[in-house]
Design a protein around this ligand. Structure first.
Ligand code: GDP
Length: 301
């Protein structure tokens, strides 16, 4: 059994490779819920939906958001009616979100995800990190912003001074999944807003100490492959490099995969993490995704 900790862009790319080389039944994916909120009358759990669409081969993997070849009839009509949406939600994607909202209000988020995963023919277990909503604020040079306002309205442009989020309780099954796994993979997701929220859940860091954990660095050189991870790390005084990523996970990490371009950092990281694996981590095609997944799986003791 392998458990993967995931956000909504980098790790789903790795999941595309992983699901080709391991039996999806042997995968549990614990997904970040920090950004979850209501938009346009529906509950949006963007990272969970990205993982659902990735595992059911529906993902729009140009944007890592929404369904490929979706239409935007409802979105466009809302705009015509003078009710523009902050998030551009496609029609098929909206159906998923409407159903999730209804299921969640009745059974809670974890059960809603379980039902939707089953309906989509997904054999892996997909668990939200928490049933509770988090409070998140991005403190910037233009004031405190809601996460989606920072990302979408302000296009991640303001200077980030701090990232603050509230602690929530783990959903049922999160800590047990880690404890009962042969390995935990921390995918290349935003360390601050996708992975730290999962690591902050009660019992998670301790469970990780007792399990083989391998992480893939989302930082290559001194920048993120995409998104604002570098700004968030800088704001929290964490070195924006694979070294900084390793230092965030050093109390439980057994192996870190860094990119070929960072081979010069290997000896420095070796002082923090037992094993450092160097390979191509830029997952721009299925071959690279499968190769990276295979290296990770082969490393499991
Ligand atoms: P979000 O939920 O959309 O913020 O997405 P994630 O947290 O899953 O992922 C964002 C992180 O993935 C960024 O820090 C990127 O640097 C990283 N990332 C995206 N694609 C790749 C890739 O192909 N390789 C590596 N190493 N990192 C990647």
């Amino acid at each position: 059994m392998i458990t993967v900790l995931s956000g909504g862009t980098g790790t789903p790319k790795l999941l595309q490779g992983l699901k080709e080389i391991v039996d999806p039944k042997d995968l549990t994916i614990i997904v970040n819920t920090l950004e979850n909120n209501y938009f346009s009358g529906v509950y949006v759990s963007a990272d969970i939906d990205t993982v659902l669409y990735t595992m059911s081969d529906m993902i729009n993997d140009e944007f890592w958001y929404g369904v490929k070849d979706d239409t935007f009839i409802t979105h466009d009509r809302l705009e015509e009616l003078g009710c523009p949406e902050l998030l551009r939600i496609g029609d098929i994607d909206r159906a998923t979100k409407i159903q999730k909202t209804q299921l969640m209000e009745k059974y809670g988020l974890a059960k809603a995800c379980e039902i939707q995963a089953r309906n989509m023919g997904i054999e892996s277990k997909i668990i939200p990190m928490s049933e509770e909503d988090s409070e998140i604020k991005i403190v910037t040079d233009i004031g405190e912003l809601e996460f989606h306002d920072f990302l979408i309205k302000h296009q991640s442009e303001p200077e980030v001074l701090d990232v603050k989020f509230s602690n929530v309780n783990p959903a049922e099954g999160v800590v047990d999944a880690i404890r009962n796994s042969d390995a935990v993979i921390i995918g290349p997701s935003n360390p601050i807003t996708s992975i730290l929220p999962i690591l902050s859940l009660e019992g998670v860091r301790d469970a990780l100490k007792d399990t083989y954990v391998i992480a893939v660095s989302p930082i290559i050189g001194s920048g993120a492959v995409s998104g604002p991870a570098n700004k968030f790390m800088k704001a929290l005084d964490i070195d924006v490099s694979a070294v900084g990523v390793a230092s965030l996970y050093n109390d439980f990490l057994d192996n870190i995969v860094i990119d070929d371009k960072d081979v010069n950092l290997k000896s420095q990281i070796k002082q923090i993490v037992n094993k450092v694996t160097v390979t191509n981590t830029i997952m721009n095609n299925l071959g690279v995704k499968k190769n990276l997944a295979q290296i990770i799986v082969d490393s499991i003791p």
